[in-house]
Design a protein around this ligand. Sequence first.
Ligand SMILES: *Cc1c(COP(=O)(O)O)cnc(C)c1O
Length: 378
Amino acid sequence: MAAKMTVPFYGHVRQYQDLKSELDKAWVDVMTSGQYVMGPALARFEKELAAYFGTKHAIGVGNGTDALWLSLMALGIGPGDEVITTTNTFFATAEAIWIAGARAVFVDSEPATNNIDVSKIEKAVTPKTRAIIPVHLYGQCAEMDKIAAIAKRHKLAVIEDCAQAIDAAGAGFRIGHLSDAVGTSFIIQKNLGTFGDGGAVMTNRDDVAEGIRRLRNHGSLKRSVHSYGFNSRLDDIHAAVLSVKLKRITAWSDRRREIAAQYTRALDGVRNVLKLPQELPGYRHVYHLYVVETLRGGRDAFLKFLNDEGVDAKCHYPIAIHQQEGYPWGREARIVGAVKNSEWNAANCISLPMFPELTQSEIDYTIEKTLEACRRIG
Ligand SMILES: *Cc1c(COP(=O)(O)O)cnc(C)c1O
């Protein structure tokens, strides 16, 4: 048995230390350039990001939530319109629909991946439905090929919530190529994160790109000329940081996948106690989160045991969207059908530490303590 140690949930400072000289140069360059907002560092990063996604456009915005509601607005979706998404996501997905003034319509997630249950989407379509927002939860793509086919049948827009899934891919499809827009987040804890907030929209549609460019900058594409808009820009200092980090994203995702494979191998013998993450055939899951689910209950005790033993496991997310009292229900949102999987997931999920800079002894210790928790509580 290993001596007690602490395993953190995030490795932000380690990542900074690894890239220190390059990052320090990047932000000093911005600082001494005299250009901090909508400057050359942003333009460079947007070009790199579009090339990376293989999309025609990438547009930096203030954060991932803005990326989603600005996309809705650029597509002309707002009051009187309905947007379908899932009850199993971070709150911001639903919030973005509410900010745009549209009505959120929720369907359940499915048990294998915890992504939107594609078989439930068509039951939620009404004459008012304008869009679907699939979420690539935990770092695994939703079934975009099936979602795109449904969208085509009903003439709906698709906006991918890729906040957790940069560098993920599906079987035979890439993010941004079966949708009208992709919103992503660069808040520090995401797989590609800056030291603060940031976000971007990727799209192949010129009209959507122009709409986002206008909306993020006070409705202005030309100095002193304005239509309506907002202030939601990605600062040059963040863009410069993200340019340094974007070059590493594939290697970081590969390392996450390698750690996930170690967890899954080691926990194979306790599948009667824990449901393990499942990667769909041919998909590239990038494990923003490695989420296990307790099959016999006892999640809170399980989590407390890990935390007491020094493993900073967490829960994503213990309260499903429709269980949030703060969400505007009634006229402004509705749920279609039972959402049993989302509720079950909220009650049983545990996220184990997962970031590329985890050391082998931290991985081994997390495995040892998780197995011990299974013996004691499972
Ligand atoms: C983080 C996240 C967002 C919001 O991103 P912010 O940059 O925090 O606004 C949206 N959707 C999902 C699924 C997320 O995980």
